[in-house]
Design a binder for this molecule. Structure first.
Ligand code: CMP
Length: 140
């Protein structure tokens, strides 16, 4: 399987509860390597742009408010089949449906405050990585 890169965001509900290290440990245990990392606070414009594909969805406004409510940790994860592997480690969007051992099952508070975001496909991953990082910032 090809080595891929994917974008991960550790969301404000998780940084607020000081779970950054526990979440990164889950990525590393699954064989994903953190090749870029930054902690930052999204502006409203950043969050609206990042989640632009969801702008017609009923949850968009609340999602943006939540994502700007505290710091996030944005990371590039690298590994074989990293996009799907990260999705497997995260678990289902709604923690009520997430499998045991996944990040969302163990840590998420709700479908909105679900602790992590991960890119869903190769094209999205490339665009989402570019949203936060320059090539220079990513060291494999
Ligand atoms: P994420 O993977 O970051 O992508 C979009 C986010 O919208 C999702 O995780 C959830 O945190 C949030 N969200 C809130 N409500 C819903 C919903 N009903 N369906 C899907 N995503 C939702």
């Amino acid at each position: 399987m090809a080595v891929e890169r994917t974008l991960s965001i550790i969301k404000p509900d998780a940084t607020r509860r000081n779970l950054t290290g526990k979440i990164i440990a889950k990525f590393e245990e699954a064989g994903l390597k953190v090749v870029a990392s930054r902690r930052l606070k999204l502006s409203q414009a950043d969050a609206e742009a990042f989640y632009g594909v969801h702008k017609e969805r009923p949850f968009f406004k609340d999602l943006v408010s939540f994502m700007i409510s505290g710091p996030v940790v944005v990371q590039v994860l690298e590994g074989e089949g990293a996009i799907q592997k990260n999705r497997d480690v995260m678990g289902a969007t709604n923690p009520a449906n997430a499998a045991p051992g996944t990040i969302r099952k163990e840590f998420a508070e709700s479908i909105e405050a679900n602790s992590v975001h991960g890119s869903d496909a190769p094209e999205t991953a490339a665009n989402e990585i570019k949203f936060f990082f320059r090539d220079l910032d990513i060291v494999g």
